[in-house]
Write a protein that binds this ligand. Sequence first.
Ligand code: GDP
Ligand code: IMO
Ligand code: MG
Length: 422
Amino acid sequence: MTISAIIGGQWGDEGKGKIVDLLSKDTKIVARYQGGANAGHTVYHGDLKVVLHQIPSGILRSGCHCILGNGMVVDPIGLIEEIEMVESHGFDTTGQIHVAMNAHIVTPVHKAVDVATEAANNNRIGTTGRGIGPTYVDKYDRVGIRGIDLLDANRLREKLAAKLESAIQSGHLPQDAKDQLKEQFKTFMDCATRVALLVSDTFALIHEFAERGENILIEGAQGTLLDVDHGTYPFVTSSSASSAGISTGLGLPTTKVEKIIGLLKAYTTRVGTGPFPTELFDDDGQKLRDLGQEYGATTGRPRRCGWFDGVAGLYSARVNGLTDVALTKLDILDHFEEINVCVAYKVDGKEIKNMSEVLHRLENVEPIYESQKGWMSTTTGIEKFEELPQAAQDYISYLEGLMRTRISIISTGPGRDEILLR
Ligand code: GDP
Ligand code: IMO
Ligand code: MG
């Protein structure tokens, strides 16, 4: 039996969906422990591209239980749309999706508050507008609506009305929000009734499977640098995206997790605002964006692109206790004669290698690069490490040294088969 976790090691979109789908082959449960519909995880089934926002990426494997854990914020409207989308491709999800009784519920009010707050602050964080922050605010303010509340439609309607009233009273939403949200409220109540049927004791389910010795996969959303505690605060999401969130977000102690696999792209991307030391504004940045098709899976926004940041990589390995790294999108670097890697930051004339020292002033750091030789040949589909071009092998070993962690999975394309396991 193995319990393994897949964690975003950078600012999200590292390819978690692909790797979770791949590893879920022999797995009985895939469980998400945080975040909500702000995630956009891409999975390919042959030529079919499926983008998942809330359903764990094991859903395309029949018989694989997909848990939306208590640490998540679940949007019933989005979830029903997603189930319909998956089923429209011929997958039967019956009995496969389980929502924790104590997961928090995103309502149309939370989404409207998210959008209005961002607009009022001139798009300060660049959120996905999916109501994530406001729902976690309610959770910690102890006024949230939870999975279990979906089971009583009358009480739910009352709670929803009270939430709207309080958002108007506090000035978060305008007076006419009632009219604006009327239709969405109806859809919400319909979807809530359907999601109510999926609500169950996911804590017992996961522990029973663990005690039976079944393989379990834990799927992180976002990435370590978007973690509310350890990321580039305030330009973060509102949950614990790092491995630390697993224990609270599933009720599964991290002592039970044998493998913590950090997902990192062979370069770096970021969506939304906030500091990004290795960001490129030149032709190389555009080339990474074009070749990597770096456009948000959830919002379609162009992603900011830059070189691999080894300082952030080591920080991520430490925060998460990574046992392994899965390096994705190596193939995108096939087309660069020279590849830069950030090995330290320069700030106030000093060289810094500990990201924690400068997290609060990351916009002031200057990356110090070491240049690596490119390989200028295709790596897509190569299955053995020794068969990779020598310069690609050297690049991978070099990153391992910076992160002090073994890179045991290398992804060389979006498809299921474009993978190298060491
Ligand atoms: P996630 O949020 O971490 O699941 O990542 P996204 O799905 O948002 O973004 C990753 C994108 O890269 C998706 O379009 C994937 O299909 C694609 N992808 C994943 N791994 C690779 C890879 O090794 N090479 C290439 N070219 N694309 C990849
Ligand atoms: P996956 O799981 C990349 C970013 C948003 C914004 C910040 C806060 O696909 O890797 P939020 O809506 O969470 O309040 O936005 O976090 N963000 C992501 N960036 N990948 C994601 O998810 C993200 N989810 C949120 O762009 O900067
Ligand atoms: Mg994504």
